[in-house]
Ligand binder design. Sequence first.
Ligand SMILES: [Fe+2]
Length: 176
Amino acid sequence: MALGADISGVSSGSSAYYHGRVTDTAGEPIANCTLDVWSGDGDGFYDLQKGPDAPMALRARFHTDAGGNYRFWSIKPAFYPVPDDGPVGAMLRRMGRHPNRPGHMHTMLSAPGHERLITYLFVSDSPYLDSDAVFGVRNSLIVDFEAHPAGTAPDGRVMDKPFCTAHYDFRLVPSA
Ligand SMILES: [Fe+2]
């Protein structure tokens, strides 16, 4: 999709503007880096969990611009429980652990000459940051979703409701 697109569709959750830069280990921008993003909605549900007729939402592919920059609109993801009606649930219960994952945006970055990077951005004020059911949280992946009142967003879009901004810079290592 075009940089700056809004992929939230009709999803619940407050609007969030994601932006940042992709560089190599020397800090040089990586242009045309493929960035795949996907997340659940403001209630913790992925589009695929809403039935076969649910419209695709909250997932897209972008490419960085000449300066390595990316930007898009989605929502601030909420925490959700992993399915716990099978062996995973039995294991979690035996371990005395809850099934919840803190709110996160999945990201996958690929660019020629660099290792593919599959990671997440975690919402800094989400519950369960210190007890993610699948142990994905790292301090370096926790992002502040800065809250803003209705008004003009960094890309000039005029928002009639409060929104947040999430800034994150990615760094890719050279492929072996
Ligand atoms: Fe997820």
